[in-house]
Design a protein around this ligand. Sequence first.
Ligand SMILES: Cc1cc2nc3c(=O)[nH]c(=O)nc-3n(C[C@H](O)[C@H](O)[C@H](O)COP(=O)(O)OP(=O)(O)OC[C@H]3O[C@@H](n4cnc5c(N)ncnc54)[C@H](O)[C@@H]3O)c2cc1C
Length: 393
Amino acid sequence: MHLRFSDEDEQFRVELLAWLEEHPPPIQEERDDPPHSSADKRPWAVQWQRTLFDAGYLVPGWPPEHGGRNANAVQQMIYFEELERRKIRRTTNPQGLSIVTPSLLDFGTPEQVEQLALPTLRAEISWCLGMSEPNAGSDLAGLSTRAVQDGDRFIVNGQKVWTSGAQDADWCMCFVRTTPLDQAPKHKGISVLAIPMSTPGIEYRPIAELTGPDYADTNEVFLTDVEVPVENLVGALNDGWRLAGGSLAHERAMLWINYAYDQKDTLEQLIAQAKERGTTDRGRDLIATAAIDEQALLALGYRGFAKFQKGQASPEHSILKLFGSEALQRTLLLGAEELGADGIDLDILAPSIWRSGSWAQQYLRSFAATIPGGTSEIQRNIIAERVLGLPRS
Ligand SMILES: Cc1cc2nc3c(=O)[nH]c(=O)nc-3n(C[C@H](O)[C@H](O)[C@H](O)COP(=O)(O)OP(=O)(O)OC[C@H]3O[C@@H](n4cnc5c(N)ncnc54)[C@H](O)[C@@H]3O)c2cc1C
């Protein structure tokens, strides 16, 4: 049994940390000039992403021409752990980097790779992801935004919702229905179009967040007779469902590292607060539970990763999103409760996991992690049916 990394993998860590020393991430710039949405290209963010790209540290597992250095899976895990430990963001357009780019590389034409994927990696363009609709969220296959081919273009009509960063994005990776529901099973009539957000007929309406009406990342997006050239079709016609599965899988692979380190940071703050202000027997119990959750998350993550490395099925990954997002939510709620009436004082700040704010604000924001990419209820269904083999009700 090996409980340590190989010399080669440790050397990767040494080189990464030395590089980070020489190229300090723009932490202060981010504080001074925060992005207004998840597709907002602030100058410091563009420069930092470009620096990572040029050094092969943007997506280390990919080849150098795609911003990587052909790092093996263990080295990629080391990379994500070291970045997360230091709360270093690679990009301010996570859906562009982690969902759209892998999809374009996997399914796009050589022209799309050249004209869309590479500029995204170099932070020259940003993306939003148009999947959800008012009547198609968990049941994405039910989407109804329609694209009708008319010669060398598609005409798109419909509405998207919860589209993160639509107000700042240059492009939208938009899931559309190309075969009507009465002519094909619903999974088989979906296609994907890359649509410039400046195209006439696109309007968006930001949805203010619960924790502050001055900040909105998600939007309603309305598409009226939007003309899209046929060469903007990503993947084959009516093959969008395969693309949806593939794109989201890229996003999920190493997400557990974020959950584990967010839980660790939050726990440290909670312990510091308890030492300073005191706590109750119940508080001590719950803080200990949060500490056990943190260890369980790490252990489960490593175990799933080890199985994945050996080519075995790793049901741990189905559990980690649910457990990680809910454990963090419980810990943030505990932080607010521990303060008693002060818990609703917005000036008593909690650890900054996403943006600054009080424990109560961070708790409310934590719901964002339990919904996208499969809600907690959907995750429970997946665990029950696919991991435990329970019958459908
Ligand atoms: C912060 C944030 C950012 C987002 N960003 C994007 C984005 O950029 N692009 C995009 O396309 N979408 C985005 N979304 C939307 C997200 O993908 C959807 O909210 C999610 O898929 C759930 O869909 P819904 O909101 O329509 O809820 P619904 O699917 O209508 O679900 C409503 C409730 O019913 C439950 N439910 C539904 N079906 C079942 C079932 N079969 N069994 C048990 N319970 C069920 C759900 O768990 C939920 O509690 C974002 C959402 C959030 C919160």
